[in-house]
Ligand binder design. Structure first.
Ligand SMILES: [Mg+2]
Length: 410
């Protein structure tokens, strides 16, 4: 087993997160498939473009561009104002999935993480992770694999979207050196200008430049980018200590659900994934929230309950979710279900106080073993009997697979 570093980067995060959210809440337009952008305030024609779809890009819309300029280039552009609360929630969801693969995960920005993992076959792991994020949350990521953070990050940038790339030391010359120098991490606009003035146009040329010359020109920054150009980086993956506020999961059903048996199966399948991610993060929840959206116009309903004792038990969360669902359901047809847990705390805090009970400890161990089997051998390994012959996946999440793969990402 060798130690590898993975860099996971959501593809045009703001745009795809908004698109997934809209689809899950009844929209039939996928922002990723039309000329669209996230940014500013359209009514005031103020602000700048933060993210754009492929169609918008083709029409000449650029990130950082003022809104009025973007609208001049593409008059039909659909503009959505940024929703940072949504981005933080999506970022948390992504983190919580990555943490089911490794304990050592560092959140690098709202849509990027580093993960350290010792394994035999990093490519298989990366594809599993990429597919799990897509199936659960409905958006695509790029993953770069290497032996240090810099190379993993450069690897994930190679070709987008929805790709896994390796960038090992022996691949630097072929994969990284031909790239324009401004594509190197930490080479910004000003540095790029300076380098170009001296005829340093590619990362390879920078790598072969005398480090003392760069140091003279740009002091410590010159040394840093020389190391990066040569693929050298020894910074460790720092385990993220920021707290995850909630873990949620929702799904659009392939048919109208108007029967309590099917409703309960969808809610159970969502709960399975929520609880698995909760336990993978070694957390317990104080609040369970359930929601649904009607098949026809007319919105939906949601309700939450605070628990007396926190839990990470699938059955407990499911039982409460069902009680809440029965309280709010008017028996009309449903097309979308959501289960979410919030007010999270680390499980250790509670272990002494509430796990004195033998049964609870046993249930916890059982849950952990099932989780391990599912992560290792796939979600179909262990199934509750109620799912057999139901036609419903035993673990469910994100956007339903009937939606096409996203191709309009940056
Ligand atoms: Mg990104």
């Amino acid at each position: 087993m060798k130690k590898y570093i993975f860099h996971i980067d959501a593809n045009s995060a703001y745009l795809s997160w908004q698109a997934v959210y809209d689809l899950q809440h009844g929209s039939n337009i996928d922002l990723r498939n039309i000329a669209s952008a996230i940014g500013g305030d359209k009514s005031k024609r103020k602000g700048i473009i933060l993210a754009k779809s492929l169609k918008a890009k083709k029409a000449g819309v650029k990130t950082g561009q003022p809104l009025f300029e973007a609208l001049r280039a593409c008059p039909k552009l659909t503009i959505v104002s940024p929703n940072y609360q949504l981005y933080m929630a999506c970022s948390d969801e992504m983190m919580s999935i990555i943490q089911t693969f490794s304990e050592k995960v560092e959140r690098f920005s709202v849509d990027e993480c580093f993960m350290e993992l010792s394994c035999k076959d990093p490519l298989t792991i990366a594809y599993q992770l990429k597919n799990t994020i897509y199936k659960t949350l409905g958006f695509t990521v790029n993953i770069g694999i290497s032996t240090n953070k810099l190379l993993a990050k450069m690897g994930s940038e190679l070709e987008k979207p929805n790709k896994v790339h390796t960038l090992f030391e022996d691949e630097i010359m072929e994969k990284m050196w031909p790239l324009p120098v401004n594509e190197l991490f930490m080479v910004g606009r000003a540095t790029n200008k300076k380098l170009r003035k001296y005829g340093i146009n590619t990362i390879g040329q920078l790598a072969k430049t005398d480090i003392e010359f760069l140091s003279l020109m740009m002091k410590s920054h010159g040394r840093l980018i020389w190391h990066y150009a040569n693929g050298l980086d020894s910074s460790p993956v720092k385990k993220d200590s920021r707290k995850i506020k909630g873990i949620g999961n929702s799904t659009t059903t392939p048919f109208d659900v108007d029967d309590i048996r099917y409703a309960s199966l969808f809610i159970l399948s969502l709960t399975e994934m929520v609880a698995l991610r909760l336990r993978a993060n070694n957390m317990m929840c104080h609040v369970v929230h359930v929601s649904y959206h009607r098949a026809s116009q007319g919105g939906g309903q949601g309700r939450q309950r605070k628990l007396i004792t926190p839990t990470d038990n699938t059955n407990t969360i499911y039982k409460i979710a069902m009680e809440l669902f029965k309280e709010i359901w008017d028996e009309g047809p449903i097309r979308h279900f959501g289960v979410r847990v919030t007010m999270l705390n680390t499980a250790e805090i509670y272990q002494k106080s509430i796990f004195d009970e033998k049964n609870l400890e046993k249930k916890r161990r059982l849950n952990k073993h099932i989780d391990l089997l599912r992560v290792k051998y796939g979600s179909q390994t262990i199934k509750r009997a109620s799912f057999i012959e139901s036609g419903i996946k035993n673990i469910n999440g994100g956007i339903h697979e009937e939606y096409p793969m996203m191709t309009s990402l940056l």
